[in-house]
Write a protein that binds this ligand. Structure first.
Ligand code: TYD
Ligand code: MG
Length: 423
């Protein structure tokens, strides 16, 4: 028999109070709209007061630009916004501000890297919104390691988070991601903050894609497309139209695919160029596409569709600077390569969807209906899709559907079959 448990006596009085959940503050009035529709939508309807948002991305991608634009938006409404930079001088930030036309009296700047000094500033200024650029430049005196270390990033974020929650002032943190995929800093942050936005894109291209990968106050899996212009980042209202705007119709080596960014379908052009190589081994380059997928698809074309690509240089490009990493783009990629090699253009009013397997089979892809609807919206007349996906369509999608089982069948349907036999 066990002896009765002693009564629980807490050593200290609980600090928290208990209140009915229904009496907690809530509702739409606790959001601040930026007036940048795509960004507001991505955030779930604006910035939630007291929330901490992380904007992560490669150096040079445009984080500071976007955050300064957001700051200027709020400040131009007569509010006070504090932009804290540990990376750039006031003069540099001012230059960027004049470039993007941001000049509101309430837009304040502080060059500060000591997080406790930052909090002291925030306490005395009580702005409507705070930008910290970047979290890696801040340090906490009591943390032993250097600025930018994982411990520093975590501890500084903790201090700022605490302040945001008690003050109700929202904070944007810029966070760098390193090229080698080592995102130690921002990864630690992801668990702590309320919202995580990733900015991605080809630094040389003009488009930037903004992904929301975490949102405690809204949905994730959403994206917005932005364009880097001479005067800052502009929202792109119809991303699909923008991405295929400069496409030349009926030229060999071009295929239109529909990728999914989160739940959003986007039309993209895939370009391929094959050329007799002067090198051994021949050169292969992939821009905006995974190199290994390109290598796999070209190997399947050689073996299963009998195209002798072995001595060809192959270049693949997705114009606009987006990265297509989805198997659903395989068929378009394969047909673009075949089209270039055979010098026969694909029909410009057709989209191509499907994953290519190692046996040359065309495999089913997710969310076909959503993708087809986007193609229809942009005036496409035909879709070449996996037979397995075609048989699952519940209703008529509004364009001609060609279901294919294999790469050879797809090539035959696209008028490449005879050219392939003759090559
Ligand atoms: P920046 O916002 O400084 O990037 P990050 O903070 O992520 O490091 O933007 C860097 C690039 O953007 C820089 O190469 C110049 C370009 N840019 C424009 O093309 N137009 C503009 O209006 C601005 C402000 C920057
Ligand atoms: Mg910056």
């Amino acid at each position: 028999m066990s002896s009765p448990r002693p009564a629980f006596t807490p050593a200290y009085a609980p600090a928290a109070t208990v209140t009915p959940l229904a009496e907690q503050p809530g509702g739409d009035e606790l959001r601040i709209a930026l007036g940048m529709p795509e960004l507001d939508r991505l955030l779930g309807g604006g910035i939630v007061v007291g929330s901490v948002m992380l904007l992560a991305g490669d150096p040079g991608i445009g984080k500071s630009t976007l955050l300064l634009q957001a700051a200027a938006r709020i400040a131009s409404g007569g509010e006070k916004v504090l932009y804290v930079s540990g990376e750039e001088s006031g003069a540099q930030v001012r230059m960027r501000a004049s470039r993007i036309g941001a000049s509101a009296p309430g837009l304040l700047f502080a060059g500060e890297t000591n997080v406790e000094s930052v909090v002291a500033l925030l306490e005395s200024e009580r702005p409507k919104l705070v930008i910290i650029d970047s979290i890696q430049t801040l340090y906490l005196e009591s943390t032993a390691s250097g600025a930018g270390s994982v411990a520093q990033v975590r501890d500084c974020a903790q201090v700022l988070l605490g302040w945001a929650k008690t003050s109700g002032v929202p904070l944007f943190l810029a966070g760098h991601v390193t090229k080698d995929g080592n995102i130690a800093g921002p990864r630690v942050l992801e668990h702590m903050v309320d919202v995580v936005l990733y900015m991605d894109g080809d630094e040389m291209g003009s488009y930037r894609i903004l992904r929301c990968t975490k949102n405690r106050f809204g949905s994730t899996n959403d994206v917005a497309l932005l364009e880097m212009r001479g005067d800052g980042l502009a929202e792109v209202n119809d991303p699909s139209a923008a991405l295929i705007a400069e496409r030349q119709r009926a030229v060999p080596g071009s295929a239109v695919i529909v990728t999914l960014e989160g739940t959003r379908p986007l039309l993209s052009e895939v370009q391929a160029l094959t050329n007799m190589s002067a090198f051994t081994p021949p050169r292969r380059t992939a821009n905006g596409m995974d190199f290994n997928r390109m290598a796999m698809v070209s190997a399947v074309l050689s073996r299963r569709a009998k195209l002798s690509l072995g001595n060809q240089d192959i270049m693949v490009n997705v114009p606009g600077g987006l990265k297509v990493n989805e198997p659903a783009g395989d068929l378009g990629l394969a047909l673009a390569m075949a089209s270039s090699y055979l010098d026969v253009p694909l029909d410009p009013d057709t989209v191509f969807l499907g994953e290519v397997g190692l046996n040359g089979e065309i495999r089913r892809i997710p969310q076909v209906e959503r993708r087809l609807a986007e193609a229809v919206r942009h005036g496409f007349k035909t879709a070449v899709i996996p037979k397995n996906s075609a048989s699952q369509l519940s209703e008529s999608p509004g364009l001609r559907i060609v279901g294919v089982d294999s790469l050879r069948e797809a090539m035959a349907e696209c008028g490449l079959g005879r050219a392939a036999r003759e090559s």
